[in-house]
Each structure stands twice: as C-alpha cells, then as structure tokens.
Design a protein around this ligand. Structure first.
Ligand code: KG4
Length: 338
C-alpha cells in the first residue's frame, strides 16, 4: 500500500511517500529556518506563504524520485493538527485536491502521534502499549499510547516546551537560532571539574512524587540570572549546565511515567531528540532499568516530516479511518490524536 504524507504544521514543508507503513520511497523537506531566523521565531504569515510556494514543487520531486504517479497513491495522509492554521490549510488543500481528482482517501491526522510512527520506518515493530516521549519546539509531553489513533497524556508541560527553552537560552547567549544545535555544540566542548557543583537548580523539585510534568520557563530565567551574576562564566559552561538541568527533568519524568503506567517500551521523537547527549542519557537510563528505548536514528526523522505522516496514515487507514473533503484543520491538538 502506497501513501503520501503531507506535513505543513509549522516551519517545514515536507512530503514523503511510504510503502506499507515501513518503507521510505521518497522524502523531501524544505526548512524555512532561514526565513524566520531574523525574527528568532516563527512568523505565521511568512510560514504559510512559504508552504504555498514550495508544496507543489516538492510534490513533483517525491513523485519523480519514487517513480510514481498521483493515481498510484492508495491514501493521502495530512497533518490536520496541531499547528499554525494558515500553514495547516495549505497541506489540507493539497490533500483535498488530490482527492477531488483521483478519489484518493484522505487520512487527516495529528502530527504529534506521527513522531512515534516514524520509528517503524527504521525497523521498530509496532507493539503496544508504548510510552511516547515527545520533545520538540512546541511540545514536551509523555503519552500512553494503547494503539495508533489514541494517546493519553501522562504528563505535559506547564509552560515552555524544551525546544523553545533551547531557542530562548540561545538568544540570551547570543547564539544562533534555532538554539538546539549551537547549545549542544557548546555544551559538548565543556569539561566540568571533578567536584563541580550544579550551577542551575533542579527543576520542579516540589512536584508530587506521583506526577509527571515539565516546566522550562523557570530554567530560562535561572540562566539569565546566572549570566548576570557570573558574567565570567564561559558560554560552554552555561550550555552544559542548562542541558544537565533540563535533561535531568526529562529522565526523572520518564522514570515516573514508567512506574505509573508499568509500560517498559518507550518511543521518543521531536526535534530535541536530535541532541546526542540526551539520546545517550536516555539510552543509558533505559539499559540500566531494563526498558526498551527507541528514538530516530536518522536526525531528519526527529524533525517534522512527511514520511512520519505517511507512516501513521498507513496504520490509521488499516484501522478503517479515512475522510473525504469534509475535514477541518485545528491549531490545537485533538483528544483522539487523529
Ligand atoms: O520538532 P521540531 O523540528 O519542530 C517544531 O517543534 O516546530 O523541533 C524544533 C526544536 C527547536 O526548538 C530546536 O531548537 C530543537 O528542536 N532542536 C534541538 C536540537 N536540534 C533541534 N534541541 C536540542 N538539541 C538539538 N541538537
């Protein structure tokens, strides 16, 4: 079964073609980072205009690379939530156009869940229930996933997402946008002293023991105070301690989520999972606690992409979920995650 995935929720225009939910035939991503860089954040109007400009050329490219025609598609999966409304509408309109001409079933879906389906393109078997750890520019959450099409929130962020914290802290340190890659690079150059104390406080220290939650806006403020109080600190030291404090909360939350749900299989995704320090830390944590832990091996699968949408579309389509023209897009995530 051949499916096209369309992803235009935020600042990547991406199309992917996938066979049987597990074999990638083509993936193209146009990243809008350079367009938004001067503003150090996503400008919705610029995002939708860029999607509109790029989406048809990318469609031609994926069809050409896979040697397929639009009439060969068994389904078109498209991100319908969450995201920027104007951007989502561009992807939705392409799906509707293909449906109008070829009658291809549309699978409108929540791209948060697609971050976990993408692992099946790397050979991870779809075994449920699983815990889904999502760390991106807009989300920091852990979900219990009984099957695709359903996700229950185990813990969510109270304020900023982790990727957003990376971006804001990079701003404080005058590092480029987006902040994840340069912060990771600076942190990796730092060698702490043998008895060096943590320069930043543990996060959510007073949270009830049985609760899973993220909060990163306080960490950003703590970094800004640290820089003001100790201007002599190197950027490398600040980045190292920022990551250490943030990742400690991720690991603590994961541990709690495992103990609350009893689920020992974890799928992780989202832009922040491109961070090698985090991936290594979570892999070691999983090994020590006899857990199964999977995160995308290809960094391109961490970011929003059309292949993950096509992969999730396959599983939802097999469950009988499909729409024609009458679906809407939504800026907020849907309870059902489809
Ligand atoms: O999932 P994603 O590509 O898109 C959105 O959520 O829109 O995530 C983007 C986020 C950005 O905040 C970026 O700074 C962060 O992922 N990111 C990273 C790394 N690479 C990207 N964060 C930490 N370390 C990285 N290496």
């Amino acid at each position: 079964m051949i499916g096209l995935g369309i992803e235009t929720s935020c600042d990547e225009t991406s199309l992917g073609i996938v066979k049987d939910g597990k074999e990638l035939l083509s993936l193209k991503i146009f990243s809008q980072i350079d367009l938004h860089k001067p503003f150090r954040g996503i400008v919705p109007e610029i995002a939708s205009r860029a999607h509109l400009e790029k989406i048809n050329p990318l469609l031609s490219e994926v069809l050409e690379e896979s040697g397929l025609k639009l009439s060969d598609l068994d389904y078109v999966a498209v991100t319908r939530s969450p995201g920027l409304t104007g951007s989502l509408m561009i992807g939705a309109q392409l799906a509707r156009s293909i449906h109008a001409v070829y009658g291809t079933p549309i699978i409108p879906l929540c791209h948060l869940q697609a971050h976990f389906a993408v692992l099946h393109l790397e050979g991870v078997e779809p075994v449920f229930p699983v815990l889904g750890l999502l760390l991106s520019g807009g989300n920091s959450a852990i979900y219990r996933i009984p099957h695709f099409g359903k996700m229950e929130v185990v813990g969510d962020t109270m304020d900023d997402a982790l990727g957003e914290a990376f971006d804001k802290v990079a701003g404080l340190l005058t590092l480029p946008y987006p902040g994840g890659p340069p912060i990771e690079k600076e942190a990796s150059k730092y060698v702490p002293g043998p008895k060096e104390k943590d320069l930043l406080p543990p996060l959510l220290r007073n949270l009830e023991q049985d609760r899973v939650a993220f909060s990163f806006s306080g960490l950003k403020t703590a970094v800004s105070h640290l820089i003001a109080k100790q201007p002599e600190l190197s950027t490398q030291a600040v980045c190292y301690h920022f990551q250490k404090s943030a990742f400690e909360l991720v690991e603590r939350n994961l541990k709690r989520a495992v103990s609350i749900t009893g689920i020992k299989r974890i799928l992780a995704g989202g832009g922040v999972l491109a961070n090698s320090t985090l991936r290594n830390r979570l892999s070691q944590f999983a090994e020590k606690n006899s857990l199964e832990f999977f995160s995308p091996q290809k960094k391109i699968y961490c970011t929003d992409n059309g292949a993950m949408v096509a992969a999730l579309g396959y599983y939802l389509f097999k469950q009988g979920y499909s729409k024609s023209l009458d679906f809407t897009v939504s800026p907020v995530r849907q309870e059902t995650y489809i």
